[in-house]
Design a protein around this ligand. Structure first.
Ligand code: ZN
Ligand code: ZN
Length: 274
């Protein structure tokens, strides 16, 4: 059986635990595969991302636990690159790369799309309305399609983090969906894997994962592939909403998910997941 999480942070960026503590917790929670994905260097904009120095230590730590616990869990070395930060190449070092958009440009400054309700209002004010903001945001996400070494698209509709009660947009707004669908089409075209990401649930900001189930259904209906990740920043949350997400994924029609192996990503029947 498989239990996988490929989106994991640590003290080297904005996570709360060491690489080893996260690994031990994953073993305890019955994970068979754990991938680390520290925030790649984007220091000019993002203070939480890893400096080059921290990146070296991060890599060393992950490779150490990989060896130390190899009989108990399969550890992979990944990185989460921001589209505005350093562009990484696997180069036989990284096992996989997550590509994400965390910021949009508002005038001279970059604002974090996942920071707060207040900042989301600020961004919407800058763009004039939510749809214009969404257009700009999804244009950025589309760029991930052309990052050849990126395997997984991180939290594709992160811009809706503070839209739980549809304060900014109705999730079924046709204009909004059109923007998201165009972006999804491009990413499917380049064979990117979409993650179902429960990170905002762990932080108490959402009740359901990214992407919204309408988008997830669209991804399924158009042949997109997925994996399930907790975007873990705190070890207790490694399996946050895991079982519920598996149900949601199946409700959207998926019968398989992507699994990382030493030979790269392979598709596995959903029944094989714990
Ligand atoms: Zn992220
Ligand atoms: Zn992350």
């Amino acid at each position: 059986m498989i239990k996988q999480n490929l989106h994991t942070h640590s003290l080297y960026c904005d996570g709360k635990n060491t690489i080893e503590d996260m690994t031990l917790e994953a073993i305890q929670k019955g994970f068979t595969i754990l991938g680390f994905s520290g925030h790649g260097n984007c220091r000019e904009i993002d203070d939480y991302s890893m400096t080059d120095d921290n990146t070296k230590k991060y890599i060393q730590d992950v490779l150490e636990v990989k060896e130390k616990y190899k009989d108990q869990i399969h550890i992979f070395l990944g990185i989460e690159e921001d589209i505005l930060g350093q562009s990484f190449e696997k180069n036989n070092l990284y096992d996989y790369i997550i590509g994400s958009v965390h910021f949009v440009k508002a005038g001279e400054e970059y604002l974090a799309v996942d920071q707060s309700q207040e900042v989301t209002h600020k961004i919407v004010d800058y763009y004039g309305d939510f749809l214009s903001y969404a257009q700009s945001y999804y244009e950025e996400v589309k760029k991930i399609a052309y990052r050849s070494d990126v395997d997984i698209v991180g939290h594709i509709d992160l811009l809706t983090k503070f839209n739980e009660n549809e304060e900014f947009i109705d999730f079924d707004d046709q204009e909004y969906l059109k923007l998201a669908y165009e972006c999804i089409d491009m990413l499917i075209g380049q064979k990117k894997i979409f993650e179902v990401n429960t990170g905002a649930i762990a932080r108490g900001q959402r009740k359901t994962p990214y992407p919204h189930h309408i988008l997830l259904k669209y991804i399924h209906d158009h042949g997109g592939k997925i994996c399930l990740n907790s975007d873990c920043h705190q070890k207790e949350m490694l399996d946050c909403y895991y079982k519920e997400s598996l149900e949601l994924i199946q409700d959207c029609g998926f019968t398989s998910m992507m699994v990382l192996t030493d030979q790269g990503f392979i598709e596995k029947d959903i029944q094989e997941f714990l």
